[in-house]
Design a protein. Structure first.
Length: 128
């Protein structure tokens, strides 16, 4: 429980310090509800990591979380470049709460990926 509260406090602090960055990034994050199944988000993560390595042989995984928690949500996240020197990063997230699931996707400057990770966590908390 303490770990969840620390993540929420850290997220709120960062959003308060740089609201303009996150407002713009949040507009670029597509959110869709997807069919729930009990293998999510683990199956999504496993398939995404394997697929990225196979499809984008010179790509680069920038960030990967197989299992994260924020509030009542469990999520998996993968951020990657299609080419090692690609200035764009692709973010793909699956979040689950109860028997509902969502997919969040976006393309962002690769040098901002840690900020975008925070935006994704904020958007996950807003789902319902």
């Amino acid at each position: 429980m303490r770990k969840k509260n620390c993540a929420a406090i850290a997220l709120a602090t960062v959003l308060w310090l740089m609201p303009e960055v996150f407002a713009e990034a949040g507009k670029k994050l597509n959110v869709t509800e997807i069919p729930f199944n009990r293998t999510l988000p683990h199956a999504f993560y496993d398939q995404a990591v394997a697929s990225i390595a196979g499809i984008y042989t010179s790509g680069q995984v920038l960030m990967a979380e197989r299992l994260g928690y924020i509030g009542d949500f469990v999520y998996a996240l993968v951020a990657y470049r299609k080419e090692a020197n690609d200035p764009q990063a692709y973010l793909d997230v699956v979040a689950v709460s109860g028997t509902r699931a969502w997919r969040l996707q976006g393309t962002f400057p690769a040098d901002k990926i840690h900020r975008i990770h925070t935006v994704a966590l904020d958007r996950i908390q807003q789902l319902r």
